[in-house]
Ligand binder design. Structure first.
Ligand code: FMN
Length: 184
């Protein structure tokens, strides 16, 4: 969408409400919903990616399931659809600048082990990328997928993780630590 183009208003709009005002209120309220801020890792046929994502949460306790909502046209979505795997890197608050690097497909350099210039590691069980400086990460195998229009909801069971970087002094990054918005 170019800056001059009007944004399409997504319905339903309740009867008697001004569509523009309702749309703006809805967007602002959705932006206010607290969330974390993560890097979603994916890989297929040697192509790796890390992607900035805030729509992630635990969705079951037994089994241990994580849900992530991924844009249909994202490279990451294609990679997860093929491999049936994803990782979720949980970031240190000091790493907030890193998320700006992963809003477009990343460039992989295996000699320096960097994606778009940022150090990553291969997670041991799945081989998928995780941020080297992450507080911790989850490795997940997809058990369900749900196509929701703009996004695909992938549900993944945790098959391995590392939380050894975790410490009292570590503060996890969340959306509220940035001036960024997503969705709405
Ligand atoms: C703060 C922020 C949060 C985001 N959250 C999500 C998200 O939850 N799901 C999603 O699909 N894209 C999200 N994005 C957009 C993706 O990071 C971006 O579209 C990405 O480049 C697409 O992934 P790709 O590199 O795999 O093509 C977010 C972007 C920002 C800046």
């Amino acid at each position: 969408m170019s800056s001059g183009e009007a944004r399409a208003i997504i319905g339903p709009i309740p009867e008697g409400r001004d569509a523009q005002i309702y749309d703006a209120q809805r967007r602002r309220l959705l932006w206010k919903m607290p969330s974390g801020l993560y890097l979603l890792g994916a890989m297929s046929e040697g192509r790796r990616n890390l992607m900035t994502l805030n729509w992630a949460m635990q969705v079951a306790q037994s089994p241990k399931l994580i849900g992530v909502a991924v844009e249909c046209d994202a490279v990451t979505n294609q990679l997860i659809a093929i491999s049936g795997l994803f990782t979720l890197s949980i970031l240190h608050r000091d790493d907030r600048a890193v998320v700006r690097k992963f809003v477009r497909p990343a460039e992989d350099d295996r000699t320096t082990m960097t994606l778009s210039g940022i150090a990553y590691r291969d997670a041991p069980t799945t081989g998928l990328p995780v941020l080297a400086s992450a507080i911790g990460y989850l490795e997940c195998r997809v058990t369900e997928r749900l196509d929701l229009g703009s996004h695909t909801l992938y549900i993944g069971e945790i098959v391995d993780l590392d939380g050894s970087n975790e410490g009292e002094e570590m503060t996890v990054l969340s959306m509220g630590d940035t001036r960024m918005n997503y969705g709405g």
